[in-house]
Design a binder for this molecule. Sequence first.
Ligand SMILES: Cc1cc2nc3c(=O)[nH]c(=O)nc-3n(C[C@H](O)[C@H](O)[C@H](O)COP(=O)(O)OP(=O)(O)OC[C@H]3O[C@@H](n4cnc5c(N)ncnc54)[C@H](O)[C@@H]3O)c2cc1C
Length: 460
Amino acid sequence: MGDVKKWGSEDFWGLGYEFDPQWLLTPAQQEIQEKLIALCHSTLRENAIESDKQLLFPRKNFEALAEQGLLGLLVPKELGGLGENHVAAAMVVETIARYGCPSTAMCYTMHIGAVAAAMLRYHESDVIQDIMRRIDSDCLVGTLSYSDPETGSHFWYPISSRAERAEDGWKVMKKASWTTSGGFADWYIVQTTSPDFAGDYSNLSCFLILGDEILSDPANWDGLGLRGNQSGPIKVDDVTIPEERLVGPVGDGASSNDEAVDPFFLLCSSSCWNGISMGLIDIAKRHTTQKKHVDVGMRVCDYPTIQDYVGEAIIDTNTARALVFQMAQGMDKVTDNCDWSIHADTSVLPRADMLHWMWQVKFAAAKNVAHVSDKMLHACGGTGYKPALGIERYLRDGKAGWVMGPTNEVLRQFVGKSALLGFDSLDYWNQSVNERVLHNEIKKLDTEAKKKLAEELLAE
Ligand SMILES: Cc1cc2nc3c(=O)[nH]c(=O)nc-3n(C[C@H](O)[C@H](O)[C@H](O)COP(=O)(O)OP(=O)(O)OC[C@H]3O[C@@H](n4cnc5c(N)ncnc54)[C@H](O)[C@@H]3O)c2cc1C
């Protein structure tokens, strides 16, 4: 790889490799990155404008990514994939978001999450192995469908979904309020309560659902940013699927969340937000170094204020990137470089122990992109406010970072609460009683009210 970052036949107009942590990438990963930047130049970035304007799912970009083998980035070489690791996944998403198309980067994030959930339990599954073998040749886009209309950003709580045993397999009902690539993906990993569900919402199972088994209404999708990512509601309406489409054992949902879906979503979505931040800084560099104020004979970049904006944005973004890549390396270390064969023993869940670090990764990247997009808009002035420069689109795309589940409100509470009260206090499925609150409230009742409450409880 050359030392100079290229944009087509010319030198790249944004920040060069001197501000990228290139030393973290293997030679093979640097080659993937270089080819991908070239693809962003020739194809992805132009399509991003079209996707944003017309709410168009970036299928053309996925076809281009598939030609480079990137849909199978994490698929082992023996199944025809690139056999890459967590660092590569973070780098690829960041590169797509920064130089190409943030909507594509988010759809790719969900694809990687779905690949991870499937690969976690691919060992004895012919149907998963078949998809993985054809993932690039047939451009098979995957996604995750978790969020439930009744529980909002508590996406681990699928209250309005269920699965039952059927004669030849499973009958699955899934109502999802948001699904990236919804209606456009070729395969979906969906989570419902388990077929043996008896009221315990931590008893979850995952199913593989194919594109023609879901109901969606893409025409109704609209959003502030990431407009090409088509995150509309979908429904799997009591569809009967074959036995083998259960992903992992019955009741594997919580383990699958902690070991595959959450770590990869948090890693890759954070890389998307960092890519958007870097993309904004790139645009601001190009604009402020070209725009002149004739009266004072200065370019915008000559003002110390603008230099401070850019300096702070680079420092903050590289802090967020450093945490992403540190955790990617950490997960590579505990999984023998993302070797899926270690999970043949279903109790091997090394990423799950790092989840509270991944919460921090996403919080930092999503918080940063909101700040950086604001400051790069300020640095570019009124010209940045107009769509033509590209700042405006990246700013809208970056806004999804904070609100996507797990939202930043939820994450900072997870981190603070677990640090102060222990991990059990998080009580994802609303099962443990807060005795302190209970007694405090009862203390406020007078004797008569206590008696009434006791009678009501006894009657129950
Ligand atoms: C672009 C985009 C793509 C998406 N793609 C997918 C996808 O592919 N698959 C998928 O399953 N989902 C997806 N989602 C859904 C996402 O993960 C959330 O489920 C969704 O954004 C929740 O929206 P809501 O309006 O229900 O928020 P609400 O849950 O109603 O949140 C409203 C506010 O309450 C806060 N809040 C919620 N719970 C708590 C709490 N316990 N403590 C403190 N504050 C709290 C929130 O942080 C927020 O500020 C996507 C969302 C977006 C924006």
